[in-house]
Design a protein around this ligand. Structure first.
Ligand code: SAM
Length: 274
């Protein structure tokens, strides 16, 4: 349960150094509030409920200079993913050592058996990591205001029954947190195979006609901070392809010929106060 979950007092206390050793700032005098070594850049991309990590393993070579973290509540799944990332990094190091002097291979899709690859990938998987966390509680402990450029929520647990809806990781209060950590222009990606959940997502990120009050106004909410990204834009976004075909859950849905519902929202600028 939560009392065994480790989380930093604030983002400025978070020790990322062991997660991204290749990105530790060479200046040892630069330290976090907890005294840990700082990185040369901030973590920018989060996969909420990352499961076995297919999304991050797929994204790692596409965004080799971007630090990404998967957050997962289940201990055994997190342990698997941590060792998967460790194995990928070790293998890349071995391949690089063998191939010196090296010419980087072109980007190619990763597959299930990616541990066992003979390719050198941009970024060598040094830019991804995984953390055990309950994102419903501790997201603002890890990430500061406007820190993130992308948040992914892929195939969230559907919690079908109405009395279980409060366990859904898309909700009005959580969306306020997502808006807080996401920078203006940043993107929040969602995908689900449950159409009803897709409708729920749309209802929670976009204003609905029935919200209009008698005087014609719509009450302010976190929905004011998001706008839906068009299908044309999504077609040109390689992250959408990874989300649709490379997460473990997406592969399961593909095998079962299931439908996939995608919705991506752009974080708008903060409203100006009068
Ligand atoms: N995103 C992955 C994929 O597409 O393959 C996994 C999808 S799986 C259906 C949902 C995952 O979210 C599970 O691994 C579950 O443990 C995790 N999860 C659920 N609630 C969570 C929470 N509050 N914080 C972190 N992870 C959570």
């Amino acid at each position: 349960s939560d009392h065994r979950l480790e989380y930093p007092l604030s983002p400025a206390h978070m020790d990322w150094s062991s997660h991204y050793p290749a990105f530790v700032d060479p200046d040892p005098t630069k330290t976090t509030l907890s005294g840990a070594r700082k990185l040369t850049k901030d973590v920018e991309v989060v996969d909420i409920g990352c499961g076995f990590g297919g999304l991050m393993v797929g994204l790692a070579p596409l965004l080799p200079d971007t630090l990404m973290v998967g957050m997962e509540i289940r201990t055994s799944v997190l342990e698997y993913l941590s060792s998967r990332i460790h194995a990928l990094r070790s293998q890349q190091q071995r391949l690089k050592a063998q191939a010196e002097p090296t010419e980087q291979q072109p980007e190619e899709e990763l597959h299930d058996d990616d541990v066992g690859t003979t390719k050198i990938y941009p970024g060598n998987f040094e830019n991804i990591t995984a953390i055990r966390s309950n994102t419903m509680k501790f997201l603002p402990n890890f990430f500061g205001h406007h820190q993130l450029s992308k948040i992914f929520i892929c195939f969230p647990d559907p919690h079908f029954k109405a009395r279980k809806h409060k366990a859904r990781i898309v909700s009005e209060s959580l969306n306020t947190e997502y808006a807080y950590v996401l920078r203006p222009g940043g993107l929040l990606y969602t995908i689900t195979d449950v159409e009803e959940y897709h409708q729920w997502v749309l209802r929670h990120f976009l204003h609905q006609p029935e919200e209009q009050l008698e005087d014609g106004t719509i009450p302010a909410s976190s929905k004011d901070l998001f706008e839906r990204v068009s299908d044309e834009e999504l077609e040109a976004d390689p992250c959408v392809r990874v989300m649709k075909y490379e997460t473990e859950e997406s592969k399961k849905v593909t095998r079962n010929n299931g439908k996939k519902f995608v919705a991506v929202f752009r974080r708008k600028a903060d409203p100006e106060w009068p």
